[in-house]
Design a protein around this ligand. Structure first.
Ligand SMILES: [Zn+2]
Length: 345
């Protein structure tokens, strides 16, 4: 919007005849700049920006209050995705294509292998990469975190992590093993979306369930089964409206599907919302958190969605999905933004 008056100014100047151009440039330039400045100021001042009104951060139960061990991993200039054969992952000027995945059963122990095609400028190379291996290629470190076989969660997908060698600690940069959770990279992101999930547990969450114990179980399953450096979500909620801190929201979350979680503020309701209705306490806590995130990161209300909007999944379950689709969460968030705006003037 700010460039509009400037563009008009340039077009206007182009229409002026050459003979008057020099004189006008000398005499009128300061006037024009002042006008532009006023126009830009008015535009900014008149643009309604409800999303920037401060909304209080809801009370959060800190990670340290439920964890058995603190999160691991290293911050780096990196990316990580689950990719299906035929798909590719681009990072800076590198592209890693997954041509195919297969299981090699010729050895004593079957090994899952991803056939990759690496491309950077006019350089290109195909190579077989074993699950759990890592290699360096033209300034990049590529780790094959997992190749999920048939029947496994994420079957057919390859979990690939790429970092610039320059941004990595030496023990990762020099490793030919992808390693487990402790060797994963923390990927900074700018939050642009708010995405609701549910845990999808076999059983609904009951009020007397031990929630910290469930969180510790999620953490250790994520670390051992998925090589995640922390729980996959940024915040996790119970049926009483308690909000538990998950992964540091400055870093990208995780998924078992193929969508790109970078930029997504991940909220999950513990339990199974295909099997249980949300309590008013849970709904209010979700809305409080969403409203805070909208305000804190300037997230457009249209970007409040569910996991199912981005991947082949029914997450966050039909009993939460209905509130995304009938506008309930949007209305609750708008109420919270308006409430704070009135108080703050
Ligand atoms: Zn989900």
């Amino acid at each position: 919007m700010h460039v509009l008056p400037k563009r008009n100014g340039i077009q206007h100047a182009r229409r002026e005849s050459d003979s008057t151009q020099v004189v006008q440039n000398v005499i009128l330039a300061p006037v024009r700049i002042t006008r532009l400045f006023i126009a830009a100021t008015v535009l900014v001042a008149c643009t309604p920006r409800p999303a920037t009104a401060p909304v209080p951060k809801p009370t959060i139960i800190p990670h340290s209050a439920w964890e058995a061990t603190p999160p691991v991993g290293f911050a780096a200039d990196a990316t990580r995705r689950n990719k299906a054969p035929g798909d590719s992952l681009s990072f800076h000027d590198l592209r890693v294509g997954v041509l195919s995945t297969r299981t090699d059963s010729t050895g004593a122990k079957p090994v899952d292998i991803a056939k990759l095609k690496l491309t950077l400028g006019d350089k290109s190379e195909e190579r077989d990469a074993r699950e759990g291996s890592a290699f360096n290629w033209n300034g990049y470190h590529v780790a094959i975190v997992a190749v999920y076989g048939p029947g496994e969660l994420g079957g057919g997908l390859a979990a690939i992590e790429i970092g610039t060698i320059a941004s990595l600690p030496p023990q990762i940069a020099n490793s030919d093993s992808a390693g487990g959770a402790a060797m994963r990279l923390r990927i900074r992101h700018n939050i642009t979306h708010i995405t609701l999930h549910h845990e999808g547990d076999a059983q609904p969450l009951r009020p007397d369930d031990d929630v910290p114990k469930k969180l510790r179980a999620l953490y250790s399953w994520g670390a051992s089964d998925r090589n995640w450096w922390d729980v996959p979500y940024h915040f996790l909620l119970d049926t009483k409206g308690n909000i538990y801190e998950g992964r540091d929201y400055h870093y990208m979350g995780e998924t078992n599907t193929t969508y790109d979680p970078s930029g997504h503020f991940l909220i999950t309701a513990i339990g199974n919302y295909n099997k249980q209705e949300a309590t008013p306490e849970t709904l209010n806590a979700i809305a409080d958190l969403m409203a805070w995130a909208v305000s804190e990161f300037d997230v457009p209300l249209d970007n409040i969605k569910g996991h199912y909007n981005y991947a082949d999944t029914d997450c966050p379950g039909k009993y939460l999905r209905k509130y995304l689709e009938d506008g309930t969460f949007r209305r609750m968030v708008e109420e919270r933004l308006a409430r704070k705006k009135k108080v703050g003037g």
